[in-house]
Design a protein around this ligand. Structure first.
Ligand code: 5RP
Length: 229
């Protein structure tokens, strides 16, 4: 007798991670994001490491995992463009706009995404939202500007808090801090990203509208659904 059980979130992540392999162009260098879903993708990518030249990574953590799998990691300055960038998200809406940065890697993620012709987002279905803003918005900031930027968010109705780790402000791979902003409703992601990105002291805002997803592989109980934007 066989028993079926609903797929766990971890199994959904593994499913979309494997599914993303179909977008990896043989002989190319692959853009690789950060997070637990991407870790599943990296594990799957190890199975075809002899078919790719290597990866450009968006974080120290992903670089370490790629290298541990024997996948060469190139500096972003060594490549002119990438065919594809594969990454997770904290939220994605019906137009491919995303909130990212739950893993604090948003700045490098946006840089690697900007190098790529195609952004393939891999998420489980819990991340699909009608409008961005349920997930606290990560913003990487220069530490001396953190409180000023927090006050600016409060004028938009947001409540910003400094992300902490082990009792200290979390320090990103770029030696900066992260504000998490709750209570925002982001009705126009393109305009919001453009506006916040030019506030002095903001390194990167975690709205990915200018670098939105072109494809979303959505892990559902019925398999992987492909959304094209
Ligand atoms: C890291 C990110 C991640 O893509 C995002 O947080 C999703 O992570 P996970 O796959 O672990 O849910 O933006 O900065």
């Amino acid at each position: 007798m066989t028993t079926s059980h609903p797929l766990t979130q971890d199994e959904l992540k593994a499913m979309v991670g494997r599914s993303a392999l179909q977008y990896v162009v043989p002989g190319s260098i692959v853009g690789v994001g950060t997070g637990s879903t991407v870790n599943k993708f990296i594990d799957a990518l190890a199975g075809m490491k002899d078919q790719i030249r290597g990866a450009v990574s968006s974080s120290v953590a992903s670089t370490e995992r790629l290298r541990a799998m024997g996948i060469p990691v190139f500096d972003a300055n060594e490549v002119e463009s990438l065919a594809v960038y594969i990454d997770g998200a904290d939220e994605i809406d019906g137009q491919g706009y995303m909130i990212k940065g739950g893993g604090a890697a948003l700045t490098r993620e946006k840089i690697v995404a900007a190098l790529a012709s195609r952004f393939v987002c891999i998420v489980d279905e819990s991340k699909l939202v009608p409008a961005l803003g349920r997930f606290p918005l990560p913003v990487e900031v220069i530490p001396m500007a953190a409180q000023h930027i927090a006050r600016r968010f409060s004028t938009l109705g947001g409540v910003a808090s400094l992300r902490m780790k082990d009792g200290q402000p979390l320090v990103t791979d770029n030696s900066q801090h992260i504000l998490d902003v709750r209570g925002l409703t982001i009705t126009d992601p393109l305009a919001f990203e453009t506006e916040v990105n030019q506030w002095p002291g903001v390194v990167t805002v975690g709205v990915f509208a200018h670098q939105k997803a072109n494809i979303c592989l959505l892990g559902t109980a019925h398999g992987v659904k492909i959304l094209v934007y």
